[in-house]
Design a protein around this ligand. Structure first.
Ligand SMILES: NC(=O)c1ccc[n+]([C@@H]2O[C@H](COP(=O)([O-])OP(=O)(O)OC[C@H]3O[C@@H](n4cnc5c(N)ncnc54)[C@H](OP(=O)(O)O)[C@@H]3O)[C@@H](O)[C@H]2O)c1
Length: 266
């Protein structure tokens, strides 16, 4: 054990990772990364067929097999069923990536309704519920496991009001509340579950706008604010997700790893 090589540490052969929202922009890169280092990946989506379609596109390394399950993280019963289904088809689950985002219609701090604000926060309830299923499953097998919650730079810093002015609504206040909570919930779970051999960390992306997303003018404004002067590309998160999901981070828990081109550095 004292002499493990770097390639052994990052190898996920024989492990199964369940990722929510694995059909999405960043979820696709996370899923590919885990598959590329040998994991079997169970992708969840609200739609089982969409999940399976995404799973079928993943590279297969060694004995790995990829699957799709349906899971709606706003519904406790659906989370339980999705997790049980993942165990039924994969045999066991070792890694959970809480990545999905159910975004209600939103609105910025001038326009968000009470109901939309409250509905946004349910994502953290979903992250917690799925993490707890993983913890109970790991303990029942006397095994070890880990959870990575996907946070955001906007769980750590406010957005610049003038970056959005006259282009679109400000980034949603409910999203800032949500992601700040994700980062702190991570610390709490890590402290309580270390004894159970379950590590819990957070990976916080900076700006990785989907090409179909915000207007070019806003992307240009955001780029000016960044030390690296450009947006991130999904593959630039691959190393971080593999690090947190593998034994390369075996002594890391309760941390928030920010991948943001330096956004939060100044
Ligand atoms: N892109 C960025 O710049 C950025 C920056 C910081 C943080 N993040 C975080 O990164 C994560 C992924 O973002 P993204 O940009 O890849 O977003 P995205 O492309 O919109 O993907 C979001 C995913 O969430 C899933 N989803 C929606 N409602 C759900 C529900 N009720 N239950 C379970 N899953 C649900 C969707 O899958 P189905 O429709 O198939 O169900 C979709 O694949 C999010 O947590 C986001 O907050 C993104």
């Amino acid at each position: 054990m004292n002499q493990r090589t770097v390639s052994e540490l990052f190898d996920l052969s024989g492990k199964t990772a369940l990722i929510t929202g694995g059909t999405g922009y960043l979820g696709t890169a996370f899923s590919q990364a885990l598959a590329e280092v040998g994991a079997s990946v169970v992708i969840s989506s609200r739609d089982a067929a969409r999940a399976q379609e995404a799973a079928d596109k993943l590279p297969i390394v060694g004995e790995a097999r990829h699957h799709g399950v349906s899971l709606d993280q706003t519904d406790a019963k659906s989370i339980r069923n999705g997790f049980q289904q993942a165990i039924a088809i994969a045999g066991a689950v070792d890694i959970v990536i809480n990545n999905g985002l159910a975004a209600p219609s939103g609105g910025d701090l001038t326009s968000v309704t009470f109901e939309d604000f409250a509905q946004h926060q349910i994502n953290n309830a979903g992250y917690f519920e799925l993490a707890r299923h993983l913890r109970d499953h790991v303990v029942s097998r006397s095994a070890s496991g880990n959870v990575t919650n996907i946070g955001s730079m906007y769980g750590q810093v406010a957005s610049y009001p003038d970056a959005y002015k006259d282009i679109c609504a400000a980034s949603p206040v409910a999203y800032h509340a949500l992601k700040g909570g994700t980062i702190h919930m991570t610390r709490h779970l890590a402290a309580y579950w270390a004894d159970d051999n379950v590590r819990v960390n957070c990976l916080s992306p900076g700006p990785f706008p989907n090409p179909d997303g915000p207007p070019t003018e806003m992307v240009e404004r955001l780029s000016e604010r960044l030390p690296m002067k450009r947006m991130g590309l999904p593959w630039e998160l691959k190393g971080a997700i593999v690090f947190l999901s593998s034994d390369a981070s075996s002594y890391v828990t309760g941390q928030n790893l920010t991948v943001d081109g330096g956004w939060t550095a100044w």
